[in-house]
Design a protein around this ligand. Sequence first.
Ligand code: ZN
Ligand code: ZN
Length: 305
Amino acid sequence: MAGLCGTDYSIWSGDRPVRYPLVPGHEFVGHVDAIGEGVSRVRVGDRVAIEPNYSCGACPLCREGNRNLCLSRTAVGIDVDGCFAEVARVPERCCWPAPPGVADEDLLMTEPLAVVVRAIARAAVRPGESAAVVGGGTLGLLAVQVLRGRGARVLVVSRTARRFGLARELGADATHAVGDGPLATAAEAFSGREGVDVVVETAGTPEAVAHALVLVRPGGRVALTGLPHEPTPVTFFSVVRREITLTGSMIYQDEFPEAMRLVAAGIVRTRPLVTHRFGLDAIGEAFAAHRQPDSIKVAVFTPTR
Ligand SMILES: [Zn+2]
Ligand SMILES: [Zn+2]
């Protein structure tokens, strides 16, 4: 079972060109069908969630543990063939044994969840803090739950109010639509002080970065995990004068086990985010559904043999 995300869509549409032909898809869970020589981490028949990035393992960045930053990192479904297929081939170190009793559909979002787990760890969120999540998509709705799990109170800020009902159901304490009054006022009202302690930016647009900087209090932290490709205007005067800590967070290093633990423990619920399901033979419809306003996560599956 695979999840479709914006990256897949942009590869499919050509907005993010790759070396075609390519089988895209990088969010997946499946059964081990065959193993290569010397493989010991998994056995045939095991159910695994896939960490779809692997690094060179030899450069200084890899050796010091920063494998997500490796300049020779390989991304499954982007650099090499991915999971929108009956079978996919990945190195054994990408395979994480699925916790027993947790359905594929619940583990489907382990990959984006690992992204969020890392961003929130980098923001060093403490119990009792106030947090804002910018963006109400998959990453945003996962961030709400991880923050709640860490004991923070959460305000969700989004361009539209479309996901606010679900956000509250998943643990958001408050919501604010951009355009419904000044963001700074909303952050002050929610935090009861000059702004929120922590902002997790998940939308990946220049506007979202600007919103994060308005929501955060002096001395607060902003973790950026969306990837705005466009130039992003930032008033660094306000970053310096207010001593804002801006932290980039890139995919994940060792967060897969924690992501699966959060799902298995019921701290994060991923299934309510799956809005559409298609068989692999209807992949074209799956891509079309991704663009629908009511879509959060589109799942693509092949029948189990
Ligand atoms: Zn993705
Ligand atoms: Zn490396």
